[in-house]
Design a protein around this ligand. Sequence first.
Ligand SMILES: [Zn+2]
Ligand SMILES: [Zn+2]
Length: 348
Amino acid sequence: MQAVKYHGPGNVELVEIPIPAVGPGQVLVEVKYCGICGTDVHAYAMSGIFDWELVPGHEAVGYVREIGENVEGFTVGERVAIGPPGDCGACYACNTGNPNTCPHAFPNTLGIGPDTQGGYAQYVLSRFPQNELFKIPKGVELEQAVLFDVLGVGFHAVRRSEMKVGDDIVVSGCGSIGLSVIQTARLAGACRLIAFDPSPERRKLALLAGADYAWDPSDEAQIAQAKELLAHTGGAHVCFEAAGHPTSTQNCTDLCMANGQVMIIGSDNRPFSLISAALGPKQLDFKLTFTYTREEIHTLFELIKLGKIDTSVYTTQTAPLAQVKEMLEALASGKLNVARVLLTPNDN
Ligand SMILES: [Zn+2]
Ligand SMILES: [Zn+2]
């Protein structure tokens, strides 16, 4: 079968490898779509993300093609999503309701862990089908289900926040994660939902996703307008940082009310000083959030099925495996501006 091997930054190769043999307890899945995640793009652009060889791809959907002995609950031909979290199910985090923080999850996740074989391939072998495969319910298209990673991060962030119905919300950064925060916050009963992004295209999508206002964070007049809207409480109840940039974090702390909450979703290596004379008196609550849980994927699929999450705000483009390098280059350089490129390993 065809697969894409990652050897290091800037170095991916289309290779021919055997279709994995299915052992007891395992399931083979034919990949229909695999999303190119921002993590994959970062790993292509710089070292320090994947410092090992692997076949990437942790956001795939497809069809169950072969089922090993002693596997229950799956049927050949059924549609499944394959991906994170690769939690172990046995550690303290897993047993206390926080499987997304399982310390074993990263190395176990197909398409992320060292030497794993993810969805940049025609077939994926799941060794832990009960953990790694999610059934896709009727009424949810594969093109929608493949967005589970994009949707899950924002969904988990809102659920993990202190947001309550009627709260004013700021979302800083309207990439695909920001858009899922906007949709979830709208569902959760936001009062005013104010989004910020420097890109006019992204601001348009933010409005489609349910934001009441979508403004440019570099435009002081628009920041002043947001402050005026939030003047009745002195700021937003919860600000979601979804850009992964110090300026965006600053924007969130500025627009947050005293005793409000700043949820940090974007990851960034640049330092940001929390302790400043201006910030202390607001007694802000900072909280971090990471990925999502299996249960949340299940809920998201139900919300998509009912039309309560709109997947049409995520622009996608398909590409065969042979174009993976081109796509990674275009995404890394910012030339291609889509929420997800979906690789189609079994289409030529
Ligand atoms: Zn991802
Ligand atoms: Zn665990």
